[in-house]
Ligand binder design. Structure first.
Ligand SMILES: Cc1cc2nc3c(=O)[nH]c(=O)nc-3n(C[C@H](O)[C@H](O)[C@H](O)COP(=O)(O)OP(=O)(O)OC[C@H]3O[C@@H](n4cnc5c(N)ncnc54)[C@H](O)[C@@H]3O)c2cc1C
Length: 420
């Protein structure tokens, strides 16, 4: 079979980078076209002039069980750039009661640890956890709140924060099937799969820069500030790509991976249906460095801040499904979230350090049953054009793992398709 010898990857977010890495590693010549001035898309680091240091676009947490993400990191030689506790542990603080606990799922697949009351979430009984089985049978139309007891402590202290963090959608509208998939790939596989990991330095240093260096070594070309304006599509194949600077015709042995966000893809590809409903994430970064021994992150219950991350030079807050906050002025949000940070890390009273609020209005597609049903497959009706992105039908919510899996799948489709 004659394979594609050159592939154009459009969009250098994680989906595009994963596709490019997989193709380049298989000996395909890759050209990566990215509209922005830097690669990384929604998962990148940059210098912030207010804080005078580099920050991440948003706090990103990976789990050891994210197998595509781990394979990608290994392929680009960056497996050792993540850090985390030696075993799965998630420290929490309930601001309403002042209780602190650490969720430590046992290593194995059978959750024996739930038999030990001291290891369960405070205020919960063993039977509460059986709800996970209901979730595993969730139908495509059901929401998380439809299936779980909203009055229970486990809902308030585990299911709700987990849903919002993993799906970036409130439980009353979040797809139960998508949460079930997250559970199947994490807690159901035991504590080892749940070990949390964060970049030692920053998102770009772990997930983006090593990929670009790997691609450069493989001879791939990276074109920044190259915005794709149109696709010229024939009856059954993509004929050419049209950029601001001119058009690029595709030879018989050339293909393309379109790894742009859903709204861009639906403008470029006729008849493409994709999620068009999005949810915001608000991040607050405070220029303060805590000692190495402090927890890498703390989950908050009953606060505006949901997670606080300790980075090298900043403490960073994440609020997901944050549409209620995006129109609030940064001057109001910064002190409000700082009060939660002080409590999360039990800081001595002090003036608020320099702060930066970053609002990402379209952080991810809304993980609702309706939006999930609209996610397209990677294959298109044009043999040499495939789609990638966290919004394609990966079965996962919009995550690093989903984006990378979509990129690998798109590359594999092209590798399995004969060139004309
Ligand atoms: C604040 C925030 C926090 C998050 N936290 C987590 C987390 O903790 N864990 C987790 O797993 N995931 C998290 N995510 C989700 C994760 O970042 C995304 O799922 C992932 O980065 C999506 O990658 P992608 O390649 O699909 O899309 P994108 O990153 O959006 O990449 C698309 C790329 O296409 C480019 N592009 C757009 N139009 C064109 C065009 N016309 N021509 C050429 N290029 C174009 C864009 O510039 C961009 O670089 C978070 C996201 C945000 C925003």
């Amino acid at each position: 079979m004659r394979r594609f010898s050159r592939v154009h990857v459009i969009g250098a977010g994680l989906a595009g980078l994963a596709a490019a890495v997989r193709l380049a590693d298989q000996g395909v010549a890759v050209t990566l076209h990215e509209s922005a001035q830097a690669a990384g898309g929604r998962c990148r680091s940059y210098f912030d002039a207010t804080l005078h240091c580099r920050i991440d676009n948003g706090n990103h947490l990976l789990l050891q069980g994210n197998r595509a993400a781990m394979a990608y990191l290994a392929a680009i030689g960056a497996a050792d750039t993540l850090i985390g506790p030696v075993a799965a542990e998630f420290p929490f603080l309930d601001l309403a009661t002042g209780e602190r606990w650490v969720l430590r799922p046992g290593k194995g697949r059978v959750p024996w640890w739930l038999l030990d009351r001291a290891r369960r979430v405070p205020g919960t009984a063993l039977r509460d956890y059986l709800a996970a089985l209901t979730l595993a049978r969730a139908g495509p139309e059901e929401t998380v709140a439809d299936l779980l007891d909203r009055q229970s402590a486990l809902y308030r202290r585990f299911w709700r924060p987990l849903t919002i963090a993993a799906l970036n959608t409130l439980p009353r509208e979040a797809s139960a099937a998508l949460l079930a998939r997250v559970m199947a790939e994490s807690f159901a596989r035991g504590g080892a799969a749940c070990r949390p990991l964060v970049p030692k330095i920053g998102l770009s240093e772990s997930l983006i820069d090593p990929a670009l260096a790997h691609l450069e070594r493989s001879g791939a070309a990276l074109r920044l500030t190259a915005r794709l304006r149109a696709l010229e599509l024939g009856a059954d194949r993509l004929e050419s790509l049209s950029f601001d600077g001119g058009s690029e015709s595709l030879g018989d042995d050339e293909g393309a991976v379109l790894a742009v966000p859903a709204p861009v893809a639906t403008r470029l590809v006729p008849g493409l249906d994709a999620p068009d409903d999005f949810r915001a994430i608000v991040n607050a970064h405070y220029r303060i460095a805590l000692p190495e021994g402090a927890p890498l992150f703390v989950g908050l219950i009953g606060a505006t801040a949901e997670w606080v991350f300790r980075k090298r030079e900043v403490l960073s807050v994440t609020v997901s499904a944050a549409d209620r906050l995006v129109d609030e002025p940064a001057e109001d949000l910064a002190p409000r979230l700082w009060a939660d940070v002080e409590r999360a890390y039990d800081l001595p009273r002090q003036a608020m350090p320099p702060a930066q609020i970053v609002k990402e209005r379209r952080a991810t597609f809304a993980a609702t049953p309706a939006a999930n049903a609209r996610r397209p497959a990677q294959q298109t009706r044009w043999a040499n054009l495939v789609l990638a992105g966290d919004w394609t039908a990966t079965g996962l919510p919009a995550t690093i793992e989903g984006a990378i899996r979509s990129g690998f799948a798109a590359a594999d489709l092209l590798l399995a398709t004969p060139a004309r």
